[in-house]
Write a protein that binds this ligand. Structure first.
Ligand code: NAP
Ligand code: ZN
Ligand code: ZN
Length: 345
């Protein structure tokens, strides 16, 4: 086993701190990588604090991992030492079920998520660490000429927004709204624009109006005032809701066209509720979406490289992670914290 420095949550109420974990020695199909950067997703905070009631401790969060290959097993042909690579939200699945066969490994009943999960009896640990061993089939290629800290958030925030935008047809002639301008939200704006859609940001207050325009948004609505939402009533073909906390779903449904789609990607721990009338009376579709499969994640990385899309990041040392969680919870991040994993070692 490979002794590996990491940062872990020991319980739902303690701040994260230094911890040592063991990574497996790379087998024939494995790749060992040095982790360079790891993004901080709001899902890390939800799980570190047991907000989804499924946490196992100690927990090393992190599923927006970019690194450089250190060693490969004898069966590994796609990757070699020195390659720049990425790991997203899962590191294994059954490989046989319908979801796995159709490239939607995230919906497999046996998906091993990158942390707080079980991979063949071993509890997984994520990217707030210095190295990781992963099966080659769950590793992504990253273009080395991009700023790697700004690429890291694509591995979750990028694919989580790319997938429903593509699935529900965002593109020229389509009006897309993005609710919540955080890590996922700002990626949704950039990707929907790159797909050719007209994009409106729905954010709580006026604070992010100029920033949203800089990200490429065509319009901006501060949802705190009901009359502002009235101005975009029945306007959108597709709404991607990234909000991480309880909020007024009915108010957002009112902005969707007849037959339009609301996709939830945010996971408020309190759950969501809405008035059935608000989907029935306009034949609206209420949908969800979770990350994306390996093939589609690679497609998203290639799409973003082609369109020069990366995240706007604030790169921090791991010792600042608890403060970063506090700030993320207040919505005070433009738009993703990323850990420079050299600070862990
Ligand atoms: P984030 O950076 O914290 O952004 C969340 C945004 O939600 C905030 O910037 C804020 O936008 C808005 N918001 C926060 N609290 C709110 C409140 N009380 N009322 C209304 N709006 C509020 O988080 P993230 O990393 O983008 O993640 C967002 C959510 O997606 C989390 O629940 C996360 O677990 C989930 N997630 C889901 C998937 C998936 O596969 N479906 C993948 C990754 C993450 P404004 O300030 O602009 O209003
Ligand atoms: Zn995530
Ligand atoms: Zn499967």
């Amino acid at each position: 086993m490979l002794a590996t420095k990491a940062y872990a949550a020991q319980s739902a109420t303690q701040p994260l701190g230094p911890f040592e974990i063991e990574r497996r020695e790379p087998g024939a199909d494995d790749v060992l990588l040095d982790i360079k950067y790891c993004g901080i997703c709001h899902s890390d905070l939800h799980q570190a604090r047991n907000e989804w009631k499924n946490s196992v401790y100690p927990m090393v969060p992190g599923h927006e991992i970019v690194g450089v290959v250190k060693q490969v097993g004898t069966n590994v042909k796609k990757f070699k030492a020195g390659d720049t690579v990425g790991i997203g939200c899962f590191v294994n699945s059954c490989r046989k079920c319908e979801s796995c066969q159709h490239g939607e490994e995230q919906y497999c009943h046996h998906t091993a998520f990158t942390y707080n999960s079980n991979d063949n009896g071993v509890i997984t640990h994520g990217g707030y660490s210095t190295q990781i061993t992963v099966d080659q089939n769950y590793l992504l290629k990253v273009a080395a000429d991009q700023p790697l800290d700004a690429v890291a958030p694509l591995l979750c925030a990028g694919i989580t927004t790319y997938k429903p935008l593509k699935f529900w047809g965002a593109g020229p002639g389509k009006k897309v709204a993005v609710v919540g301008l955080g890590g996922l939200g700002h990626m949704a704006v950039k990707i929907a624009k790159a797909m050719g859609a007209e994009v409106t940001v729905l954010s709580r207050g006026e604070q992010k109006r100029d920033a949203a325009k800089k990200l490429g948004a065509d319009d901006y609505v501060a949802t705190e005032k009901a009359e502002n939402l009235g101005k975009v009533a029945e306007k959108f073909d597709l709404v991607v809701d990234t909000v991480s906390a309880e909020h007024d779903i009915d108010a957002i449904l009112g902005t969707i066209k007849i037959g339009g789609v609301m996709v939830l990607v945010g996971v408020p721990p309190e759950g969501v509720k809405f008035n059935a009338h608000n989907i029935i009376s306009k034949r609206r579709i209420f949908a969800g979406s979770m990350i994306g499969g390996i093939v589609e994640t690679q497609e998203m990385l290639d799409f973003c490289a082609k369109h020069n899309v990366v995240a706007d990041v604030e790169t921090i040392k791991v010792q600042e992670v608890n403060e970063a969680y506090e700030r993320m919870e207040k919505g005070d991040v433009r738009y993703r914290f990323v850990i420079d994993c050299a600070s862990i070692g």
